[in-house]
Design a protein around this ligand. Structure first.
Ligand SMILES: NC(=O)c1ccc[n+]([C@@H]2O[C@H](COP(=O)([O-])OP(=O)(O)OC[C@H]3O[C@@H](n4cnc5c(N)ncnc54)[C@H](O)[C@@H]3O)[C@@H](O)[C@H]2O)c1
Length: 434
């Protein structure tokens, strides 16, 4: 089976490598010439555990290659996946579909023989039909179907998520499309992965509804954390007590600096806009978005308070910049809103991250100073802020910290450490909801 992934980013590259591992012949196609040149040299442009080896194996076995050319690539494809970005549109929060539509327009003239064009990007309900319309306009004679196959992988665990998903969702309108997609995912039958076949609209909505629901759990527990702080509760205990109820579940009940990353912020916002547009507002998701923004502001205030109420002239050592561990992705990371707010008020930021520094340099204010050694980062710091729970921060040498820091404030925005132990050790320890 011949597969083309249009877009070789986090989703396109991981999905392409995994489809190739399933036995398909895969071309990852991208308009970014530098990215494709790097991939052709064997360099992986993102940090994702296990990806380099997976790509190398499939390339060397001749099932995976990279291209910038639609012509000569699309013609032989049985399935073309659109896996380009769908960021928030500046100003109004709608999903920016210009990359999806450009991809549809560019691939359309090259369709040859029956092909299924599949939206893998996260796209608002109705997008697959627009893709269908664009392709028909560009190539009226094309023999094709559109389908929707939203992706649920998590960065940092992307390969195992793709290889062992909770479910595969297929939005289809024809038996031919369903057959081809099921054939592609057939290796997952062995592990009895549920495959949900539905119409285009439902498949598109499953993705947004899932992300919005997970974001709701996060905002919910963050509100509980604030309440715990006000009344002397411990959000760890509350989350545990809630999570032990099988109907609720333990996951996504970790209080922290608010959700971030390349999906939840833009997807919750896009769902809110879609719902408003259709006259059926999603009030709960609207609140989730508001609570998340407020949570970030609350974190800035926590840090400010920890350094005595005024951050000007203070050195704040920040451990972790990416939106979560095991990725280099900085898109909408809490650091992106929290650090500029501190810098604006005169704080000096010393930052460390195991993988994210290169990306961070592109989006954080220039004044941030980066360090490759954790303990150099905290040298003479007035406060340490643990912002992303990378494993290397879970067993910090507290004596070193105390020796090297100027102050003794430790702001643990991921609740990694035990408050009692940290306070006993002499830190002015602050966390979330405990
Ligand atoms: N990153 C995730 O964890 C994740 C998980 C599930 C779903 N998604 C969704 O998948 C989609 C892709 O996300 P991503 O994180 O992989 O994005 P990304 O920004 O990492 O990659 C997108 C790629 O598409 C390329 N591109 C843009 N326009 C193109 C065109 N016309 N033709 C060919 N290539 C083009 C870009 O150069 C880029 O390399 C988004 O809709 C996102 O919401 C992402």
């Amino acid at each position: 089976m011949n597969v083309v992934m249009v877009g070789a980013g986090y989703v396109g590259l991981v999905s392409g490598a995994c489809f190739s591992e399933f036995g398909a012949n895969v071309v990852c196609l991208d308009v970014d010439e530098d990215k494709i040149a790097a991939l052709q040299r064997g360099e992986i442009p993102i940090y994702e555990p296990g990806l380099e080896a997976l790509v190398a194996r499939n390339v060397s076995q001749g099932r995976m290659r990279f291209s910038t050319e639609f012509a000569g690539t699309i013609e032989s494809a049985d399935l073309v996946f659109i896996a380009v970005g769908t960021p928030s549109r500046r100003g109004d929060g709608y999903a920016d579909l210009s990359y999806v539509y450009a991809a549809a327009k560019d691939l359309a003239p090259h369709l040859s023989g029956y092909t299924v064009v599949v939206d893998k990007s996260t796209v608002p309900v109705g997008t697959a039909r627009q893709v269908q319309r664009i392709i028909k306009e560009e190539n009226p004679g094309a023999d094709f179907d559109v389908a929707s196959n939203p992706e649920f992988l998590r960065e940092g665990a992307a390969i195992s998520d793709f290889m062992r998903p909770d479910r595969v969702v297929l939005g289809v309108e024809s038996e031919r499309a369903e057959r081809l997609l099921k054939e592609l995912y057939r290796p997952l039958n062995l592990i009895e992965t549920p495959v949900l076949v539905t119409n285009l609209e439902s498949a598109e909505l499953v993705k947004y509804a899932s992300n919005a629901f997970l974001a709701t759990k996060i905002s919910f527990i963050n509100e509980m954390a604030a309440l715990c702080e006000a009344v002397g509760g411990d959000v760890h205990a509350v989350a545990k007590g809630m999570g032990l109820d099988g109907r609720i579940g333990r996951k996504f009940l970790h209080a922290g600096p608010g959700y971030g990353g390349s999906c939840f912020p833009k997807d919750t916002l896009a769902l809110v806009r879609t719902a408003q547009e259709h006259g059926t507002p999603c009030r709960i998701v609207e609140s989730v978005v508001e609570v998340n923004a407020a949570q970030r502001a609350r974190m800035v205030k926590k840090i400010r308070t920890a350094v005595g109420g005024d951050e000007s002239g203070k050195t704040i050592a920040v451990l972790g910049l990416t939106f979560k561990p095991e990725t280099d992705d900085m898109r909408d990371a809490p650091a992106v809103s929290i650090l500029p707010a501190l810098i604006e008020r005169g704080a000096r930021i010393h930052a460390h991250d195991p993988q994210g520094i290169e990306e961070a340099r592109k989006i954080l204010p220039e004044s941030v100073e980066y360090f490759s050694d954790i303990y150099e980062t905290i040298d003479q710091a007035d406060a340490v802020v643990l912002l992303t729970e990378w494993n290397v921060y879970r067993g910090l040498d507290m004596q070193q910290l105390q020796k090297r820091m100027r102050g003794n404030a430790f702001v643990d925005l991921r609740n990694v450490y035990e408050p009692a132990t940290m306070r006993q050790a002499g830190f002015d320890y602050v966390c979330v909801g405990r």
